[in-house]
Design a protein around this ligand. Structure first.
Ligand code: SF4
Ligand code: SF4
Length: 186
């Protein structure tokens, strides 16, 4: 199964040692978003390929949301140990870049300020962010219970999901490479 089985979760001692999540304060979050926005606007005419790749990535992401929602409906409402309560995850550069190029607004702040925080987007009924705006790591993660259910699906469904995940992973990398290539050209 291609999905990760461990949502990053740290012990107390590890949390003390880990570097802080990027752009944890509102000011840094705004600065990061503004900088990406600025560069995209500056190089808009040469970023056509990156825009197209982001649009395609959006399509691949949307193609797996129905299955992920189904898995969540079957498991999360009865979960005794919600992964989002203890996960140490955040949005990375590729997440922000994808959102901007795909014409999606950024969420109002980074998920957590420090490793001991609980994600600010965890509501009473689960994640309050639309799936498209969640960090890729949140989409990628299937817990053991969900993986067990997924294994009961047809091999065709499993293969489709696996292929979509690989395509999204490589698409994210390609978008980042293209963005760096264009914005660092002299
Ligand atoms: S994904 Fe799994 S561990 Fe996380 S809340 Fe849902 S059932 Fe619980
Ligand atoms: S963004 Fe949503 S899915 Fe990800 S850790 Fe926060 S509440 Fe959970």
């Amino acid at each position: 199964m291609i999905h990760i089985t461990n949502f990053p979760r740290l012990g107390k001692n590890e949390k003390k040692k880990i570097i802080l999540p990027p752009w944890g304060s509102r000011a840094l979050w705004k600065e990061a978003g503004d900088s990406i926005n600025y560069l995209i606007n500056q190089h808009k005419n040469r970023l056509t390929m990156a825009f197209n790749m982001a649009e395609q990535l959006k399509g691949h992401l949307k193609s797996i949301f129905f299955l992920l929602d189904e898995l969540c409906y079957m498991t999360c409402p009865w979960c005794p140990d919600s992964c989002c309560l203890k996960a140490t995850v955040w949005m990375d550069f590729k997440d922000l870049l994808f959102l901007d190029l795909a014409g999606e607004k950024f969420p109002p702040a980074q998920l957590i300020k420090s490793p001991s925080d609980t994600c600010r987007y965890l509501g009473q009924k689960g994640c309050i962010l639309p799936r498209i705006k969640r960090p890729w790591i949140c989409t990628l993660y299937l817990c053991p219970t969900q993986n067990r259910i997924l294994r009961r699906e047809s091999s065709e469904v499993q293969k489709k999901l696996s292929q979509a995940v690989q395509t999204i992973k490589s698409g994210r990398k390609k978008i980042e490479n293209e963005f760096i290539r264009i914005t660092t050209m002299s």
